[in-house]
Structures are given as C-alpha cells and as structure tokens.
Design a protein around this ligand. Structure first.
Ligand code: ATP
Length: 340
C-alpha cells in the first residue's frame, strides 16, 4: 500500500536526522510519497513568508500525517514557535513522549518504561503574554480549559487501556496554582473514575521530578499540562540516554505530526554527528499509526540489535559513528530483517 505523507526536515540537525530516517524507512520497503516542505521557520521569514507557511498546514490537512524535524525558535524575541503554532493550528492536543531504557546503553537505570502525555495546545504555551513598558512588568496567562484538560486526560487513560498499561499519574501544582492546576487535577480525579482497572494517583510536579530521578521504574503513564509536560519529557529523556534517543508524537482527533523530543541542537548542526535514533523511533511510532506494523517492528528490532551490539553508535551515546554511518548500518540491517 502506498502512503502520501508530509515531510518537514526542519533546520539545525533536522535535515540530517530526517534524511537518515527516510533512508531507513525506505530500507524497510514502505512505499511513501513524501510532500517535502523545506521552507519553514527562519528560512521562511528570511523570504518574507510567515514562519508557518499556509502550504505546510494545507499539506498536513490533506495528507493527515507528517514526519517533522525540529524548527528553531528564536529565544526571547522574533516569531512565535513554529512547533507550538503547528500543534495549535492543527489541534494536535496530545503530545506523547515515551522514555524507555535501551538495552546496551549505559544509563543510571535500566528498567525505565514510561510515557509522558503532555497537553499540547494551551496552558502556559497559550501565547497570551503582555509586557507593560511603563511599569516593566511581564504577564503570561496559563489558560487551562475543561475541554482541553478532559481530552488529554481521557487520551492518556484510553492509551493506557489499549496498550495494557495499568497506572496513570497526574502531575500538577494545585497547591499553589489553585485555579489552573486545580482544575486539571479535579478533572483528572473525575475521569479516573471511568477507568477503575487503571491505578491512578497524582503528584505535585516538584516532588515528581525528585521521584523520577530516584525511582523512575515506579512510573508508567504520566499526564500533565503543557509546560510541566515539556520539562518532564526532557527530564525522562535524560534517564534513558538523552534527547538523541527519545521519540515523540503530536496527535489530534484527525491529524498527527510525528516529531522527536529534541530541538534543532544548533551546537552540533551540519557536522554529521547528530544521533538519528530519536527521529527513527519517532518514525516507528508513525509507521504503527499508518498501519505498517511489520515495517515498524523490523526497524525497531534492527535498532535494538545495533544498541545491544554497541559497535556502530553515535558519540552522544558513547560511540564514534557519524549520523550517516549509523544510518547506513541500520538501513542494511533493516533490509536483512525485511528479507528474512
Ligand atoms: P527545544 O527547546 O527547541 O526543544 P532543547 O532545549 O530541547 O530544544 P536541543 O536543541 O534538543 O535543546 O538540544 C539540547 C542538547 O541536546 C544539545 O546540547 C544537543 O547537542 C543535544 N542533542 C539534542 N538532540 C540531539 C541528537 N539528536 N543527537 C545528539 N545530541 C542531541
């Protein structure tokens, strides 16, 4: 079966890890016609276009699914994050970010298997910010809605039910943020009652961070508002080998954009040293989503073998292979898996 999908290589390390990922998907024999859009973010703004050009949005709306590399967001000034804009415009309300130990990687824990479910369209990322020049005061509105909270919490419980996971933890700061975090927690308590077979508890965000760096094996599904979810997913990435190996997906009721947790990593861009594993595992999630479970399993199996053997790995995980050397070795192995 042939698929028509949108491909957004992004910038920074985006094009390198995306190219590696497309090579590996091809080796798995999946027939994909990519609609590629390279002009996005700063590249678009330099050409006098909006940071998120309308043709990018239309392409995803028409095709339903996209694979996306990171797009750099200027810090403190300049255009609104393209990543955030895209999630809001396409109503991709569920940001799913698994953190799973990879056998063969030397990390402080070897039995982590948890998923962060981050609300992706509101909270402190609503984009409602004000600056009063006269008084030098900056305000940011953390808008939390009943609809927005209920759908991400329900998404998390439904996912847990479908995937045989048995524990949901809701992360909040309802002791201080009594209205916003308080609403999220109240809704969580109500929704949890509809899933009696799933163990449910809540944790105050700062306490949860401490628990996660001491006993991460105890956690399974963690659901939270936008900012907490963003921070938690970098933290949990760190528990399992870092941003180079952790995948992610932005899912709505109609559309999905698959995107790794990491950003554009300008410090290593263009050097052929970035680890494409996060993006490749992101593509595995995408292949499962579009109904290509065999290709997803072949890629994942080959990837796990490479890590177990440890001969060809990128430098962020202790090896000395380049991005393209890693991609070539993995693509060869995937092709063997598919043939076998
Ligand atoms: P953003 O805020 O855009 O999500 P970030 O703060 O998460 O970005 P990144 O751009 O992801 O930051 O980079 C953080 C650090 O992780 C950098 O030092 C970078 O070198 C490293 N890093 C990120 N992705 C990778 C990767 N795929 N391979 C190797 N190192 C990576």
């Amino acid at each position: 079966m042939s698929h028509e999908l949108t491909l957004l290589p992004g910038d920074g390390i985006g094009p390198e890890v995306t190219e590696a990922t497309v090579q590996v998907i091809e080796a798995a024999g999946v027939d994909i016609v990519w609609d590629r859009h390279r002009v996005i973010g700063a590249t678009a703004v330099e050409r006098g276009r909006p940071a998120l050009p309308p043709d990018v949005v239309e392409s995803i709306q028409e095709r339903g699914t996209a694979l996306k590399g990171p797009v750099t967001t200027p810090v403190g000034k300049g255009f609104t994050s393209v990543n955030v804009q895209l999630r809001q415009r396409l109503d991709l309300y569920a940001n799913v970010r698994p953190a799973t130990s990879l056998e063969g990687l030397d990390t402080p824990f070897d039995d982590v298997d948890l998923i962060i479910f981050r609300e992706n369209t509101e909270g402190l990322y609503s984009g409602i910010e004000y600056f009063d020049d006269r008084l030098d005061i900056a305000d940011s509105i953390a808008r939390v809605t009943r609809r927005g909270s209920e759908r991400i919490i329900r998404f998390c419980f439904e996912y847990a039910r479908e995937h045989g996971r048995d524990h949901v933890t809701l992360a909040h700061k309802a002791n201080i943020l009594k209205k916003t975090s308080g609403l999220f927690l109240d809704i969580g308590n109500d929704v949890a009652a509809d899933y009696p077979e799933i163990e449910y508890d809540d944790r105050i965000i700062d306490n949860l961070c401490m628990q996660l760096v001491t006993n991460p094996e105890r956690y399974d599904c963690i659901v939270s508002t936008n900012l907490f979810g963003d921070i938690l997913s970098d933290l949990t990435a760190g528990l399992v080998g870092g941003l180079g190996v952790t995948p992610g997906a932005n899912i709505g009721d109609e559309l999905a954009v698959f995107e790794a947790v990491h950003g554009s990593a300008p410090d290593i861009a263009g050097q052929n040293v970035a680890n494409p594993t996060a993006m490749i595992r992101t593509a595995v999630m995408m292949l499962q989503h579009i109904g290509e479970p065999d290709a997803a399993a072949a890629i994942e199996g080959a990837l796990f073998e490479m890590y177990r053997e440890g001969d060809v790995l990128t430098r962020d995980v202790g090896g000395n292979a380049s991005t393209s050397e890693f991609a070539d070795a993995l693509a060869d192995r995937v092709a063997h898996h598919v043939e076998a």
